[in-house]
Write a protein of this length. Structure first.
Length: 129
């Protein structure tokens, strides 16, 4: 590494934003927010010689409803609301040491990247005693 090179896997900029909003005591539209980060270099590229993985911004939403005082809450969570395709980790892998029988011509690019979470929706009921 030389002075000015960035450490692999660490973005230069990162931000998290969260907004909670409750229009009534029973309804909460909370955690409207998301996270963003600038590009990162792959692990193993301490000299920053290859193209970095791109930066990204992801929006998350959740809401809840409490039908009566305490006890039960209905909730829904939507992660990556706009189905942004992004990568969270990258490195380099072997290309000649591993057979790739299903890839015509084999694999020649040693760069790897792990995709971020796709759009995900789930909900449920929370019960407290």
């Amino acid at each position: 590494m030389l002075p000015g090179d960035r450490i692999p896997g660490i973005p230069k900029h990162r931000a998290n934003v969260v907004v909670d909003y409750s229009p009534t005591e029973r309804i909460r539209v909370g955690r409207i927010g998301g996270h963003a980060q600038s590009n990162i270099y792959r692990f193993g590229d301490e000299a920053n010689l290859t193209a970095p993985l791109g930066g990204y911004a992801v929006a998350d939403l959740n809401a809840s409803y409490t039908p009566r005082d305490g006890g039960v809450m209905l909730f829904a969570v939507l992660n990556n609301a706009f189905d942004k395709r992004y990568y969270t980790y990258g490195s380099f892998g072997p290309v000649g040491d591993v057979p790739w029988p299903n890839v015509p011509g084999g694999v020649t690019d040693p760069r790897t990247a792990d995709p971020g979470t796709p759009i995900t929706l789930y909900g449920g009921v929370r019960v407290t005693f």
